[in-house]
Design a protein around this ligand. Structure first.
Ligand code: ITT
Ligand code: NA
Length: 198
């Protein structure tokens, strides 16, 4: 029982492995192979991009594959950066560049209008072309300045009112128990468990 994890993002890799650790399946990082497909993420939705990453990886290795497409949706920006979250401030930009750009765009926007959510779509693809999708969301607000050093991406600016902390200020254990990614992966776990041939 093996599944190839189709992500080039080491933070996602660690979170996904941790969330799926109780599953009786060996998770092989795509990046542990010398050669792996680099999917062009030209879909219009998280679903399309996650599906494309999982399908291309399953086809390439002739093995089951799991992929994650995710991002931050800010309400007062009409859902941006959304599917463009990784490259919001430009191609190959840093997480810090993205956070700076986001805080600049939200300059002067009052507390109550800074609502946002993270969204993840997980796709699982079989080598014979089957596809399973699950999604997860977590709601919060965009803080006025970055805080915390854990996590990655927009974690330092994503504030969870229930905890009074950003995602970068809470422990990995807590983030991985309530995040968008955790919710999507819990749903996919149930699907995977019912697949007799994986
Ligand atoms: P792969 O496509 O190789 O999986 P990626 O980082 O390019 O890696 P995406 O295309 O799905 O992944 O872009 C997701 C971006 O959304 C990511 O780079 C972060 O900027 C942001 N993001 C996703 N999940 C996040 C999380 O849990 N915390 C903070 N930021 C997150
Ligand atoms: Na990507």
């Amino acid at each position: 029982k093996e599944i190839v994890l189709a992500t080039g993002n080491r933070h996602k890799r660690e979170e996904i492995k941790s969330i799926l650790k109780d599953l009786d399946i060996k998770i092989i990082p795509m990046t542990s192979f010398a050669d792996y497909p680099t999917t062009i993420e030209d879909g219009a939705t998280f679903e399309e991009n996650a599906s494309k990453k999982a399908r291309e990886t399953a086809e390439f290795f002739r093995k089951w594959a799991i992929a994650d497409d995710s991002g931050l949706e800010v309400d007062c920006l009409n859902g941006r950066p959304g599917i463009y979250s990784a490259r919001y401030a430009g191609e190959n930009c840093s997480y810090e560049d993205n956070n700076k750009k986001l805080l600049a765009e939200l300059k002067g926007v009052p507390e109550e209008k800074r609502t946002a959510n993270f969204r993840t779509v997980i796709a699982v693809a079989s080598p014979d072309g089957r596809l399973f999708l699950a999604d997860g969301k977590i709601f919060g607000t965009i803080k006025k300045y970055a805080a915390g050093t854990d996590g990655f991406g927009y974690d330092p600016v994503f504030y969870i009112p229930e905890y009074g902390k950003t995602f970068a200020e809470i422990s990995y254990e807590i983030k991985n128990s309530l995040s968008h990614r955790a919710k999507a992966l819990q749903k996919i776990k149930k699907i995977i468990k019912n697949l007799s041939n994986l």
